[in-house]
Every structure is written in C-alpha cells, then in structure tokens.
Write a protein that binds this ligand. Structure first.
Ligand code: CP3
Length: 317
C-alpha cells in the first residue's frame, strides 16, 4: 500500500541522495525498493515502486514529488488549450518501468507483482489544483462550469493510465490496482457523471488478462458505483467494515482494511483489530488483507511484521 517503504530504514538508506522521481526511473533501485518489504515481512505479493504521477512526468508534465507535501505541478492545467497539449503515453516513454518489472519478476519468482496507476479523477485533481488539495475546489468548479473541458482532460488521462497499466501487465505484473484516492470527495451523482466513465475506460481492454483492483479513500458511499468499472476486486478503506462491504458487494473480492493508525497502538489492541478485519473479511467472496490506506511514515516495522505474521498464522492454518 501507499508509500509503504518510507517507514523502513533500508528504504531511507537506498533513497539517500536521489529524488523520488529519479528513483522511479532507475530500474535497479526500483527493483531493490520493491523487494525490501517483501524480504522483511514475507508478504504474499509485492507492490511496484513508482508513483501515480510517473506517467504524467513521462508525457512531459513538469511535476515533482516534494517530501512531506506530495506531487506539485509547475503549470496547472485549467483551460482547453492546456488539455490539448496533454499527449498520450507511448510505451517507450516508460522503458525504465518495463526494465524494472523484468528484473523484479526474475527476482520474485512465484510471488505476484501488483502494478498500479492513479485514476483519472485523482490525477486530474493534482493537475488542476497544482498540488494536493483538501477541498478539490478548482477541480469541482471546472467540472461544473466547463464539463466539456473536464471530460476532455479526464478522457486523455484515462488513455494515459490505461496505457501505463498495459505496459506493466505486458512486462509481467500479475495484477493491477487503480487508485482513485480522492474520489471520496465526490457525491455519488458526481462520481457517476464525472469520474466513473473515465475510470471504466482506463480499466477496459485490460479485462481477462490480469485481476484488476480498484481502491478509493472515504468511498463508503461509492462502493456499488465503483464496481461498475468492471474491477474484479474492490479496495475498502478502514471506515467501512468488510462484512458490511461484502453484504453490499456479494460478487466482488475485497481488499483492505486495517486502520493504518492501528500500527501505532500497543500490540494487544493492534492484534485484536487485525483479527477483527480477518473475521469480517470472511464474509466476502475473497479477501486480500491490507491496510485500509497507506502506511504512516512513523510506523514501527516491527509492528507491521507482527500483523503480517498474525495474518499468516490465521489464514494458513
Ligand atoms: O508503497 C509504495 O512504496 C508503493 C509505491 C507507491 C508510491 N506511491 C511511492 C511513493 C504507490 C502505490 C503510490 C501511490 C500514490 N502516490 C497515491 C495513491 C495511493 C494513495 O496514497 O492514496 C497517491 C495519492 C500518491 C501521491 C503521493 N506521492 C503522495 C501523497 C506522496 C506523499 C508525500 C509525502 O512525503 O508525504 C507521494 C510520495 C511517495 N510516493 C513516496 C513513496 C515511497 C514518499 C516519498 C519519499 O520517500 O521521498
């Protein structure tokens, strides 16, 4: 899950003297960082080390990842002319991704690699706001005032993220995850009108090749709508109990959903909460245990190991 590596001393060491974007373009470093949590925790899958803004930088957007802030875009996109300048992704733009996945699949053996992309709404929010936003106000204003410009932008982003996922699958990823991290900021009506068609487009055409996971934060009110993207697995954040999500989505496997803040608690409440997630997850058609959003930077790796071991002890019995 998101920025998981940050809490590891070996990650901080590997990243010394290299910016996040440089690291994402260095296949050997990508391979090393992707392997670190797998080696340390013995997880059942690996998540590719990259970032949702990597394909945007690859098509020429001036975007940087500022530590403690997140993605920052030098010249935000807000007009029809800005959108017209956004070109499609060519697999050659991200040759380093293909190369890194080749190294990784050789090293991982039977352990599946999960590739990913950011969904059009979440990417558009960064591009329109110019950086992280709490209220997504400029994005929402554009949607309402210039739906034509919005749909043109989101349509181009759908093509870019679809292509980015395709590159990862062709290079050997065993599953892909589409992160619509900020979709929870939308009402269901606006999600259906402005985000869902573009996320669906991004995931279409990948069908039948590998399982597709779709995740959002604060999307308890959108779970049914999110299934309409066609994703086989729905990620559920920590706010919605998995048995409740399973009752609403009987045909979907679920991923999630331990509260990342639980990692900072004492062992006893942490393990009790882990057990509860496992119990509630049994109601689902399938359950991939994970956190219900990203690992917090100050998490103790020992606590994460405790959780992974508990999940293995319980599910491998
Ligand atoms: O866990 C992993 O390392 C897997 C790879 C991964 C990263 N980002 C690496 C990263 C994944 C899957 C992401 C996804 C991502 N990036 C999302 C979607 C998931 C989610 O979090 O909801 C989003 C919204 C982003 C954008 C982004 N990138 C943010 C908000 C930040 C944090 C900025 C900060 O410092 O607080 C990043 C930076 C980032 N992406 C880091 C990593 C390891 C930390 C940067 C560093 O180590 O310098």
């Amino acid at each position: 899950m998101r920025q998981a590596g940050r809490s590891l001393p070996e990650y901080r060491k590997a990243r010394e003297g290299t910016t996040m974007m440089e690291a994402c373009r260095n296949p050997e470093l990508v391979c090393e960082i992707t392997m670190q949590p797998v080696r340390r925790y013995g997880t059942d899958a690996a998540i590719f080390f990259s970032d949702i803004v990597v394909p945007l930088a690859a098509v020429g957007i001036d975007v940087d990842i500022v530590p403690g802030v997140g993605p920052v875009v030098a010249e935000p996109l807000r007009t029809e002319a800005d959108v017209d300048r956004l070109r499609n992704l060519d697999p050659c733009d991200v040759g380093y991704v293909t190369e890194a996945i080749g190294l990784l699949t050789a090293e991982l053996g039977d352990i599946p690699l999960i590739g990913f992309a950011g969904a059009p709404f979440t990417l558009a929010s960064y591009l329109i706001e110019g950086g992280p936003s709490k209220d997504h106000s400029k994005t929402k204003a554009l949607m309402r005032s210039r739906p034509d410009v919005w749909h043109a932008l989101a349509g181009r982003l759908a093509a870019i993220c679809g292509e980015f996922l395709r590159v990862q699958i062709e290079a050997g990823a065993s599953a892909v995850q589409l992160f619509d991290s900020w979709a929870g900021a939308l009402s269901e009506a606006h999600y259906r009108r402005f985000a869902l068609p573009h996320s669906t487009a991004a995931l279409t055409g990948l069908a039948e090749s590998v399982p597709r996971i779709h995740f959002g934060v604060g999307t308890g009110h959108l779970l049914e709508a999110m299934t309409e993207t066609g994703a086989e697995v729905i990620g559920v954040d920590f706010r919605t109990p998995l048995d409740e999500a399973a009752a609403r989505l009987p045909d979907k496997a679920l991923q999630g959903n331990l509260d990342p803040a639980a990692i900072l608690a004492d062992d006893e409440p942490l393990l009790a909460e882990t057990d509860e997630v496992l119990r509630a997850g049994r109601a689902a058609k399938g359950h991939i245990f994970n956190l219900g959003h990203g690992v917090l930077p100050h998490s103790d790796p020992g606590k994460l190991k405790l959780v992974v071991d508990r999940v293995h002890e319980t599910t491998r019995r």
